[in-house]
Design a protein. Structure first.
Length: 678
């Protein structure tokens, strides 16, 4: 429906919105910051604001609505159409990238691009980077050089954070600083190749659109004049480029309304900058600030915990979530003797809920890092509970886990060709053909024969070099006594170099491998059973993915980052120990701690009715150091949580641990020292 046509709407805005939402809808002209707390109806507010503008006769083609995902853009357009009773005409609505692409198709010629430029996806981008490495003569087969995927991450982060390659290496990829010259060369050639091929990657869409506005003032003025009203969702997640783009587009009319929650800014690793939302009032003179604080999701007990926790952040806008529903049960806190006991406790609770009136899809288990799910996944598999994993692959399906297991598979069965291929693929300069030659020469030999120098005489020079690398790794692993020691030895080999140069998150993968080693301690005397159980866990995952019976609603296991924007009736937040949540590397920086606390806030505000917090008191190993409860628990005042004692199946009843809150010490969380470690 176009401008000039009468919008037949009879929306009762006062009846449809609460007072805070209504104020935004009616008064959102000029620079406007809307601080939308969790579950406060921000999407509803944005949609009604657009509907109000249309009702006031605003040309839909002069309204720009920007979101972060295609899913969010589609949902907003569908809800707006339902509200209006008709499609919203020529309204501009979409992601930053889709809006940029649409305008670059029109104006890209000013930057040297034809209108029919190609957009490279992630795989296309990596392919071009591979060509750049080859053309520059970088001998990646003679030393560890960042994989195309790593290079892609370095280049992408630098551009989105508005940093140079050297600055990016110094701040986020320090292990590659000695390769700065080559990496800069790859980035430079990569940029030129895209221009020569009339192509852009995803980052280019934003960067080139920003360049268009910055370098061509007439285009900036034309577009800024065109868009009379700009609305931006999830503004706390914008990076430097995105914030600059919308600021430029709002230059003339200054009707820019940004909606977000600084308390839910959790994507700094993607170059999102919380300062964009914190500095908005100072960037735009006379900016109005509104707060949406009525929460339609969670019980008062859950919201009180969330409010008390986030109050400990200093770099934020103050806001207090207020409930719209009646009282419920207090959040619970359960300490367990180990991750296995923690998993057992959670699954016990889960099964009781499922036996009652709770549906599987109403239950979620949230964790800070993927490796925190390992014990829980195994326990759910053991008890036959189907689950949907979000935020990555299931634990035993992850590439680096399979890498480490390949060494154990060869210890168990030296004829395992797939394990041989996996290990040899980690060696510099070894392709499939060379790997097959090596396998033919060593398969079936004893360890003594295999590790002797005599075997090298039967190999070509290339195969011999590859075998030396593999042999060194195998010797280190095979020389250890005990399954867990053998697994730990994997990361003392050149596999560590492989891990750092192939993956963007080597530290997280190291944590996974340590968890695998700890898990293996219970199988020290039975390597075959260990491999059988691990393999069957993969089989269980395959069954759940393919069997129709498991396509029914399932319990959700998710990282907190993947859970943002979602909600469940029952939420478990697990592994709440210092070093796990908050993660250890964040504990050295107040800025990082504040983001970790925002993650905790996001996690607890996913719960609608029931919130269960858990943590293990020790790691998986028998001699593992005791763990301390998360600082986020210690910060909470007394009376907010119902603390539970969890009996260890491996300890006598007298050692049951029951965490307490000491009101005399301002409610800080502490343990009874006589039962500190089970």
């Amino acid at each position: 429906m176009e401008y000039g046509k009468i919008w037949r709407m009879s929306i009762d805005f006062k009846n449809e919105l609460n007072e805070q939402q209504l104020e935004v809808v009616l008064k959102g002209d000029g620079p406007t910051l809307v601080l939308a707390g969790a579950g406060s109806g921000k999407t509803r507010t944005i949609i009604y604001r657009v509907a109000y503008l249309l009702e006031q006769g605003v040309d839909p083609s002069s309204i720009l609505l920007v979101t972060f995902t295609n899913k969010a853009a589609k949902e907003m357009k569908e809800r707006l159409e339902h509200l209006l009773g008709t499609p919203p005409g020529s309204l501009w609505a979409g992601t930053f990238h889709s809006i940029a692409n649409r305008l670059l198709r029109q104006y890209g010629g000013l930057l040297g691009y034809d209108q029919n430029y190609t957009i490279l996806d992630q795989d296309d981008s990596k392919s071009v980077i591979k060509i750049c490495i080859k053309e520059l003569g970088i001998k990646s087969t003679q030393r560890r050089f960042p994989s195309p995927k790593i290079l892609q991450s370095i280049i992408s982060y630098a551009r989105n954070a508005a940093l140079s390659i050297p600055e990016t290496l110094e701040t986020r990829f320090q292990n590659f600083t000695d390769l700065e010259s080559d990496i800069v060369g790859v980035a430079t050639l990569y940029r030129q190749k895209k221009l020569d091929a009339n192509s852009m990657d995803f980052d280019d869409l934003l960067l080139k659109f920003h360049d268009l506005l910055a370098e061509h003032g007439d285009v900036e003025d034309r577009l800024s004049s065109k868009f009379k009203y700009i609305l931006v969702d999830e503004y706390q997640d914008t990076n430097a480029l995105q914030a600059n783009i919308v600021t430029r587009l709002a230059k003339i009319h200054r009707n820019i309304l940004v909606v977000g929650d600084d308390a839910q800014s959790i994507y700094s690793f993607r170059a999102a900058n919380i300062q964009n939302i914190l500095r908005f009032p100072s960037l735009f003179e006379n900016a109005a600030t509104y707060r949406l604080e009525v929460n339609y999701r969670s019980t008062p007990e859950i919201l009180q915990l969330a409010n008390e926790s986030i109050m400990n952040n200093t770099d934020q806008f103050e806001k207090t979530l207020r409930p719209d529903c009646g009282h419920g049960s207090k959040p619970t806190l359960a300490a367990s003797s180990s991750p296995r006991e923690e998993a057992s406790y959670i699954v016990d609770k889960m099964m009781a809920l499922l036996d009652g009136d709770t549906a599987p899809q109403d239950i979620a288990v949230l964790f800070r890092a993927a490796y925190h799910s390992q014990a829980l996944e195994f326990e759910m598999m053991r008890r036959g509970i189907a689950y949907e994993y979000r935020g990555g692959m299931r634990f035993f399906e992850r590439a680096h886990i399979k890498d480490a297991l390949a060494f154990i598979r060869l210890l168990e069965n030296q004829k395992d060709e797939s394990a041989w291929m996996r290990i040899l693929s980690m060696c510099i300069g070894v392709g499939p053909a060379t790997a097959i030659k090596i396998i033919g020469a060593v398969k079936g030999l004893t360890h003594e024969e295999m590790f002797s120098d005599d075997i090298l005489s039967s190999m070509s020079k290339r195969a011999g070099e590859g075998w030396k690398q593999a042999r060194d790794m195998l010797q280190k692993v095979f020389s250890k006594d005990g399954l867990s020691a053998q697994l730990r030895a994997v990361v003392t080999t050149s596999y560590m170099d492989y891990l750092e140069h192939e993956y963007t998150n080597p530290s997280d993968r190291l944590q996974d491998l340590e968890q695998l080693s700890l898990f293996a301690e219970q199988y020290e005397a039975d390597r075959g059973q260990f491999l059988e159980d691990v393999t069957l866990s993969d089989e269980f995952g395959a069954i759940m993915s393919s069997n129709q019976a498991y396509r029914a609603p399932q319990v959700v296991l998710s990282t907190i980052h993947q859970a943002k924007g979602l909600e469940w009736k029952v939420v478990f937040v697990v592994s709440l120990t210092n070093g796990a949540f908050p993660i250890r590397k964040a504990m050295e920086s107040e800025e990082d701690i504040q983001e970790e606390r925002r993650l905790f806030y996001v996690a607890v505000t996913r719960a609608k009715k029931h919130l269960h917090l858990t943590y293990p008191m020790t790691g998986l190993g028998e001699n593992y150091t005791g763990l301390s409860p998360s600082m986020f628990l210690d910060e909470l005042p007394g009376g907010l949580i119902e603390t539970l004692g969890v009996r260890s199946r491996h300890t006598p009843p007298s050692t049951v641990f029951a965490p307490t809150f000491d009101d005399a010490e301002q409610g800080g969380f502490h343990t009874d020292e006589s039962h500190s470690y089970l």
